[in-house]
Design a protein around this ligand. Structure first.
Ligand SMILES: [Cu+2]
Length: 327
């Protein structure tokens, strides 16, 4: 089973301040259902699964504790790369850090305005964790998506010491946003913490799910190919991004490594609420033809997934997004 919690524990901390505590009961119930079901089949230790949002009157910041699914690294389906993927091959042996992430944002976020985010990584006792290992050239990879999966950002917060990471970003429109914070506590397994924030205002329209496989991003035409015509849940799939320069109609001559690999692929299952189980991070295979970037992954459940392939053309990052339907 490619579920995040197949061998792990799900831990949520509730940062309880005195006032204005908003619990997302709906999410909580759904998560309990999901994880209770998992517990039956997979020796999951279910502790608690409610995302909580806490507004602290003391700091005039919103502090959101994470739904922190901690799992064996095998939950990253994209990591099952065989010999092609040495960088992470050892980490399934590493123990879990059981770290907890906490997001701090300004109390009001204005769409399209710069906003400073802080993410604090702590141990279960609430003490800051100070030491982290780099992977894919960074100490933390942060994926920020809107609820409708139309907005995607992949940023690298700066480590400030004492467990604190900071990044400036902006949120393009009113929506709930989910932040997947991917990091490695020193000597421990890679961990993904899920954080939530809300940008209030008039919500946008319903998501457009476009299953087109040919798209143009700036000066790059991208053709998406999958190894099977129909993708079935749980099946191993090659996801192939075929890149061409729009002028020469040839594979781009200026492709460079991105984060130490030929490309980067994040996949999210279209779900409400988004949880750690919806997140897949795949790694590019080596030695593929020019202009072709291959990823091997599998999709854990039937549904619509959005994929964002990221490639480096002469230090300009192209983000190629595609929807895919999994049976
Ligand atoms: Cu990254």
């Amino acid at each position: 089973m490619q579920i995040s919690s197949s061998n792990g524990r799900l831990i949520v901390n509730h940062q309880v301040h005195q006032q204005n505590i908003i619990f997302y009961n709906q999410n909580c119930k759904q998560m309990k259902r999901i994880f209770t079901a998992l517990a039956i089949t997979s020796s999951l230790v279910f502790i608690q699964a409610c995302a909580s949002q806490v507004k602290s009157s003391q700091t005039s910041e919103i502090s959101t504790s994470n739904t922190n699914a901690i799992a064996d690294a095998n939950h990253h389906t994209g990591h099952n790369m065989g010999n092609d993927h040495n960088e992470h091959s050892g980490h399934s042996n590493l123990e879990l850090a059981d770290a907890i992430a906490e997001l701090k944002t300004p109390s009001k976020i204005i769409p399209k305005s710069p906003v400073s985010l802080a993410i604090d990584i702590k141990d279960k006792a609430g003490k800051p964790i100070a030491n982290f290992d780099k992977f894919q050239e960074q100490l933390m990879h942060l994926i920020v998506v809107s609820d409708d999966l139309q907005s995607f950002q992949h940023v690298h917060p700066t480590y400030k010491g004492n467990g604190r990471f900071e990044v400036k970003t902006d949120f393009p429109y009113p929506s709930g946003y989910t932040l997947f914070s991917d990091y490695k506590v020193a000597g421990k397994a890679e961990q993904v913490s899920v954080l939530k924030t809300q940008v209030s205002g008039q919500s946008s329209t319903t998501p457009k799910i476009n299953l087109a496989t040919n798209k143009t991003f700036g000066n790059t035409k991208v053709n998406l190919k999958l190894s099977q015509p129909t993708i079935k849940a749980g099946q191993e799939v090659h996801v192939i991004f075929n890149l061409q320069d729009t002028v020469s109609n040839q594979p781009p001559a200026d492709l460079k490594p991105y984060l130490g690999e030929r490309g980067h692929l994040v996949i999210l299952k279209n779900s409400s609420p988004l949880t750690q189980a919806d997140y897949i991070h795949a790694h590019a295979m080596k030695n593929t033809p020019p202009g072709e970037i291959h990823f091997m992954t599998s999709f854990p459940k039937p549904g619509k997934y959005k994929m964002w392939g990221q490639f480096n053309r002469n230090n300009k990052i192209i983000t190629a997004d595609f929807w895919v339907d999994v049976q």
